[in-house]
Design a binder for this molecule. Structure first.
Ligand code: CA
Length: 227
């Protein structure tokens, strides 16, 4: 899951980037509205966190451009001004949620997860399921059958991506950009190693294998076991 943060206050931007990276997201941070506008309009993100007060192009303008271009990416805006008009304006312009500064990181993370669920899965369910594999997005917990499976933040993000797009063959380049902030040219061995680790955790000891290698193409998570 890839998130763009547009925030000119250095401290807040760094703090958000670090926290969200540690939670397993791929994060782009920009400190000005001009770059923020450009990235929001040209790159593909699962969520955008937008500060309203920016020195050049403000958050409202970025939000407006996105919605005018029919880009439905969820937008969470941050505002220092706790005024009703601001909130109403943001929501009218098409923001999905807002937070008033200062806020606790835990609250931001909870809002981010809610928005991502809303955006990517057409259900209010907080759990992704494939066969007997379950991924709890709220508690960050994975179980298969009755077995609890401990995963690192990156492994969790990788499994979440595979589960959300079950049955699709995901090329390494896509996995690299969505889970790691890497380009295709980077060392894709990292992906193979992580896949191997996740696979060992969720498939070893079970009759049905869920993660499959599609030779020359990538990986897929599918309950139809061809092995
Ligand atoms: Ca600001």
């Amino acid at each position: 899951m890839k998130i763009l943060i547009v925030e000119d206050e250095t401290k807040i931007g760094d703090y958000l980037k670090q926290g969200l990276s540690e939670a397993g997201f791929v994060v782009d941070l920009t400190r000005n509205g001009l770059d923020g506008h450009h990235l929001a309009m040209t790159e593909s993100y699962d969520l955008i966190i937008l500060d309203v007060m920016l020195p050049d192009v403000d958050g409202w303008r970025i939000l407006q451009s996105l919605r005018e271009a029919d880009k439905s990416v969820p937008v969470l805006f941050l505002t220092a001004r706790d005024s009703v008009e601001d909130r109403v304006k943001g929501l009218e312009l098409g923001a999905d949620d807002y937070l008033v500064k200062p806020f606790a990181f835990a609250e931001l993370l909870a809002r981010v997860r809610t928005l991502l669920r809303r955006g990517a899965v057409p259900t209010t369910d907080t759990t992704l399921r494939v066969a007997d594999l379950e991924l709890d997005l709220i508690r960050h917990r994975v179980t298969r059958g009755k077995r609890r499976i401990p995963l690192t933040a990156k492994e969790f993000a990788l499994l979440e991506l595979l589960m959300r797009r079950q049955g699709e063959v995901l090329p390494r380049s896509l996995i690299a950009s969505q889970v790691w902030d890497m380009n295709f040219d980077s060392d894709t061995n990292v992906i193979d190693v992580a896949i191997r680790r996740v696979r060992a955790k969720i498939d070893d000891g079970f009759d049905t294998h869920l993660i499959h290698t599609v030779r020359g193409m990538g990986y897929t998570l599918d309950a139809t076991d061809e092995a």
